[in-house]
Write a protein that binds this ligand. Structure first.
Ligand code: NAP
Length: 346
């Protein structure tokens, strides 16, 4: 049994980790932390968990968490998580960080995009970017996993076959993505109030979203040269789900069936990536609550551009499900363990 702790248990990704880990046959949740709900049982924080897990939220105390658990999920805001990892790793714990703190390999890039110095730049090189579809081998040996952002997960899985096979011009990539409000976390913010959100759709962080350098870092690593993308996120009046549309110019004319063949070949062995047949495109409702990433592909022959549509649940494949997938790899378990539930539909 893996003894696991969830640090930041009262947030959305923390709650999603607990929901999924309760059903994981190889995990026992042994510690939960929260600063605002200290001394409350998790059933009081989330009545939906009442009777399923008998644990109380404690203030985060690294030695206490390390005593209780072998592996720690950090579901904390960025800038907070890095300090927690620095305390837990020397105590011999495996750390899976859901924040952005260990995703960028370059400390200067971290400073530029997050506005503070990284407290452990040495760990940025060591952390494994926890996208198992790409870094499975490295993850298997990792003690520090940096779970990708929700938008980068969808964008990178959507782009991988096209980039690897060099069928698109890498400098032509445009990524438009729509997210539900849970992507912003549980903290209170005016734009996320029901009255502001309901019936509204808007772009935000245009040409400046912090997931941009993460997407560019990975694409640049794959190609061995700098790749820049245009990424525009949008907020929709929904709770869960990300729908991403990627467009890029084909270097030579291709039929959609040829592109679909590349996707099928790339993801043939992947338990959580589903390629839809020609003419079908993903919908967030088909992945809601599940760890699946659904991908549909089209070619606009008039403009010689391809269009890739990707759907994930931001809280599952975009965060907590992916974190558990990483834990399974890091622990030598079948990657699907505890993650096989289909989407909640409708
Ligand atoms: N939401 C998503 O779809 C998503 C997807 C991918 C990645 N992420 C990343 O995952 C992390 C968690 O996101 P979330 O959506 O779960 O956020 P959230 O709902 O706002 O939860 C954050 C958690 O951290 C705790 N916390 C806040 N400030 C803290 C501090 N200074 N020290 C210690 N604990 C603190 C919060 O509650 P207490 O006040 O009770 O401690 C809460 O438990 C973030 O870094 C986020 O960027 C989120």
């Amino acid at each position: 049994m893996i003894r696991a702790a969830v640090v930041g248990a009262s947030g959305y990704t923390g709650a999603e980790l607990i929901r999924l880990l309760i059903g994981h046959p190889a995990v026992e949740i042994t510690a939960l932390t929260s600063e605002s709900y200290t001394d409350l049982s998790i059933g009081e924080v989330f009545p939906s968990m009442s009777g399923l897990l008998d644990l109380t939220c404690e203030k985060f105390d690294p030695p206490e968490v390390a005593k209780a658990a072998d592996l720690v999920f950090l579901a904390l805001p960025h800038k907070t998580a890095m300090a927690a990892a620095v305390e837990l790793l020397p105590l011999g714990k495996k750390v899976i960080d859901l924040s952005a703190d260990f995703r960028l390999r370059d400390p200067d890039a971290y400073r530029r995009w997050y506005g503070v110095e990284h407290v452990a730049p040495n760990l940025l090189r060591e952390a494994v970017y926890a996208l198992p579809e790409i870094y499975r081998r490295q993850l298997a040996a990792a003690r520090l996993a940096a779970v990708p952002g929700c938008y980068p997960t969808a964008a990178l899985l959507g782009l991988l076959p096209l980039m690897k096979r060099e069928v698109i011009d890498p400098d032509s990539v445009v990524i438009d993505a729509i997210s539900g409000a849970s992507g912003a976390g549980r903290k209170l913010e005016l734009p996320l109030h029901f009255s502001e959100l309901e019936g509204n759709f808007k772009a935000y962080s245009v040409a400046s979203h912090r997931h941009t350098p993460e997407i560019e870092q990975e694409l640049s690593r794959w190609l061995g040269r700098e790749v820049l993308v245009t990424f525009t996120p949008h907020l929709a009046a929904a709770v869960r789900g990300i729908l991403t549309t990627i467009t890029a110019t084909l270097v030579a004319s291709k039929a959609v069936e040829e592109l679909l063949a590349l996707y099928r070949e790339q993801y043939e062995q992947e338990p959580f990536v589903r390629i839809l047949r020609e003419g079908r495109f993903p919908e967030t409702k088909q992945v809601r609550g599940s760890n699946f990433c659904d991908i549909g592909v089209a070619v606009d022959q008039r403009t010689r551009r391809c269009i890739v549509v990707v759907a994930i649940d931001n809280l599952v494949k975009g965060a907590s499900g992916q974190a558990i997938q990483a834990m399974n790899v890091m622990s030598g378990l079948d990657e699907r363990t505890g993650l096989q539930a289909p989407a909640l539909f409708p």
